[in-house]
Design a protein around this ligand. Structure first.
Ligand code: ADP
Ligand code: MG
Length: 673
């Protein structure tokens, strides 16, 4: 048996089981041994009945003091038994185990293990496991793995299969040599695999997790670097210098740039005038003023006689940028064009012509910008907004378009610099860590649905002051499967009946036609619409400084970083702004998670907390593209392993022959491309 063999060669796995395994993404032995337990059960020293606490799994040593009673209820049999010790009595029940009637005898003692609850004032365990004392003692230090299973396959079946694959684990040869293992205090790969499935104790498990996290990071880093190598440093064929016109453009702005913005502009201008093509990431909290930094870079290109492009993740945002930049550049004679996926073929053709004839200087749009039909006259700079929405490949593809353009990536989901250097290894980084002066911190609250009437009153009072309001719902329209989740269409109707009198309310979502979206956004910007009910299409980039309230329905359904983005839509002007997060779930965990938002308005802090809670895959929204699909590795909690992987790659990478590519990282066949 080899790692690459199909699992059907494992004893006990027939055709049917093989199919069921494939539902879990397991078809080879290698995939099986890299299918890690979800958790482990350990068997602890039994407590006395008096010491038991409810709501968790425990063991108790007690003596049977009733005869088993077997009842029939609706086709089930229920066996009830009472057991006691010096400190109390516990009731034990089993379903469909009538044979227990002859198994338990008054006076016998057993260790019972199960979830403890209280029913009618009585401590109970349902379906407890039972062991003789001697046998139980022998199990005390054994960790039992529990796997995520699916219908037709139990955790036990998976465990059995893994046990049968132990020879393959044993035969795993390490891609790291003894010296490196020693230097970085890592265990062997095969010991890690063994230890993650069958840990003898916590220490072994921790060692295993550490090594596996390392492997995942190493894989990621070496793949990332392969990508970097393909690109190398490209010679700069479009040198763009800090023209005087750019300086006067900056001086003519209605505000002074912050130092951090100036710093970023300087980095960009240095790059674009250097011998090599720019590949730069600008990170900054929401509201830190990234758009103007991008606009300055684009203007510098136009002054040098080139075209520039700005690609946004949504049409709504592309429209907004188009509108803003058109106004901004109008006095300078810069021609701005919009290219969006939902334009008619004829409209598109006209824009294509303008692009190829250089009748457009700056082109703004969504993915449409990178389609083959678009040919630029002399594209020199591509700005992609909110890069976490784009995969590495898309970025690449864009930069392959036309001549070798400079690439500027704007990200509003800030991560610490050290991490960013590893994650975006192929980019230079500028960080805007300063907000424009005079911003008043947003006031936040996290509440449940019972607060809604109060929130509505508050919203009406803000509208009466001449301010505007966003309300965000997770869904576009009603869905039977999720009827407890607010949807934009019904919510708007309901809101109109509740507070409609004289207040104009409209809704917006990504599925609307682009003209309709455009006209609604226009009406919202010029104040004709007071309350905008929307999906998260307004999450990024939308800028209406007159909006002072952001209310998010079903806030529990969003990640913290995303909620912070949404919140960033308010607090952009000189008025006090408010953010109301309404949670559809009021349990402690949910509320505690959302409370992070009320503790801080700092995007770096929130992104860090979010990343810790959700892991990088969900966080970066790239799980499907498999770029950071770590099963075990957690870039915060295992940051030492991330650093070790980066270090080892740098020092020894050229000597290491990385044999396994079992990670899905390499799956670059993104359907969008
Ligand atoms: P983000 O970084 O979230 O993209 P924006 O670029 O949309 O932020 O900027 C938010 C708002 O701040 C805009 O209204 C913009 O005009 C304004 N702004 C940007 N830079 C400054 C500055 N230095 N001083 C004052 N206001 C600024
Ligand atoms: Mg922005």
């Amino acid at each position: 048996m080899k790692a690459s063999d199909s699992i059907s060669c494992i004893k006990g796995i027939g055709e049917k089981t093989e199919k069921t395994f494939s539902k879990l993404g397991i078809s080879t032995v290698d995939e099986l041994i890299h299918y890690y337990p979800r958790t482990y059960i350990t068997y602890n020293e039994p407590s006395s009945i008096g010491e038991l606490v409810t709501g968790c799994r425990q063991a108790v040593y007690a003596t049977v003091n009733s005869r088993p009673e077997v009842k029939k209820v609706r086709g089930f049999t229920i066996t009830v038994l009472y057991a006691k010790d010096f400190s109390g009595t516990i009731k034990l029940t089993w379903f469909n185990c009538p044979f227990l009637r002859n198994f338990f005898h008054i006076g016998d003692s057993f260790v019972f293990v199960g979830d403890v609850n209280i029913k009618n004032g009585m401590l109970t365990m349902t379906q407890p496991e039972y062991y003789e004392k001697g046998k139980y003692s022998a199990m005390l230090d054994v960790w039992q793995p529990v796997y995520t299973c699916t219908s037709g396959i139990s955790s036990k079946t998976i465990l059995k299969a893994v046990k049968n694959a132990i020879p393959v684990i044993e035969a795993t040869s390490d891609y790291l040599n003894e010296d490196i293992l020693k230097e970085y205090d890592l265990c062997k790969e095969k010991d890690a695999l063994y230890g993650i499935h069958f840990p003898k104790n916590e220490y072994e498990l921790k060692r295993a997790i550490k090594r596996i996290a390392f492997d995942e990071f190493y894989d990621f880093i070496s793949n990332m670097n392969d990508l970097k190598k393909q690109r190398v440093y490209q010679e700069n064929e479009a040198k763009i210098c800090f023209d005087e016109r750019v300086t006067s453009f900056i001086e003519a702005l209605p505000y002074k740039l912050t130092n951090a913005q100036l710093e970023a502009v300087r980095d960009i201008m240095n790059d674009m005038s250097s011998d090599y093509v720019m590949n730069r990431l600008v990170q900054g909290d929401v509201g830190s003023g990234k758009t103007i930094v991008a606009a300055i870079a684009l203007y510098a290109c136009v002054c040098a006689g080139y075209q520039g492009a700005l690609m946004a993740p949504t049409e709504v945002l592309a429209l907004q940028h188009y509108k803003d930049l058109k106004d901004l550049f109008a006095p300078y004679g810069v021609r701005v064009a919009l290219l969006s996926g939902s334009m008619t073929a004829k409209e598109k053709r006209l824009v294509y012509d303008d692009i190829s004839n250089h009748k457009a200087d700056i082109i703004i749009g969504t993915h449409a910008l990178i389609q083959d039909k678009v040919s630029y006259d002399n594209l020199s700079l591509v700005v992609t907004d909110e890069q976490h929405r784009f995969g590495v490949r898309q970025r690449e593809r864009f930069s392959l378009k036309g001549i070798k353009p400079h690439v500027l990536v704007m990200s509003a989901t800030p991560i610490p610099r050290t991490l960013a250097i590893i994650m975006y290894g192929d980019l230079d980084i500028s960080i805007i860590n300063e907000l424009p002066q005079g911003r008043i911190p947003i006031k936040n609250c996290v509440v449940d649905g019972s607060y809604r009437p109060t929130a509505y009153k508050f919203i009406v009072s803000e509208v009466n002051k001449g301010h505007q309001v966003y309300i965000v719902c997770p869904m576009v329209s009603y869905s039977e499967a999720m009827d407890d989740v607010a949807n934009v269409v019904e919510y708007t109707e309901e809101l109109k009946t509740q507070i409609g009198k004289g207040i104009s309310i409209a809704y917006l979502h990504g599925k609307m036609a682009s003209e309709e979206k455009n006209s609604i956004l226009n009406d919202f910007y010029n104040g004709d619409i007071k309350i905008l009910v929307s999906t998260t299409v307004i999450e990024v980039g939308i800028n209406n400084p007159n909006a002072t309230v952001m209310m998010v329905e079903n806030a529990e359904r969003f990640g913290l970083a995303q909620l912070h983005q949404l919140r960033g839509r308010v607090g952009r002007g000189s008025n006090q702004s408010y953010c109301i997060f309404i949670s559809g779930k009021a349990d402690l965990d949910t509320m505690a998670r959302l409370e992070v938002l009320t503790n801080s308005n700092d995007g770096f802090y929130i992104a860090g907390e979010d990343l810790k809670m959700r892991g990088p895959g969900d966080f970066f929204g790239v799980r499907q593209s498999g770029e950071m699909n770590f099963k075990i590795g957690d870039i915060y909690n295992h940051s030492d392993m991330l650093a070790a992987a980066s270090d080892i790659y740098r020092k020894y990478g050229h000597l290491i022959d990385k044999k396994y590519d079992n990670n899905s990282f390499v799956s670059y066949n993104n359907p969008v491309l």
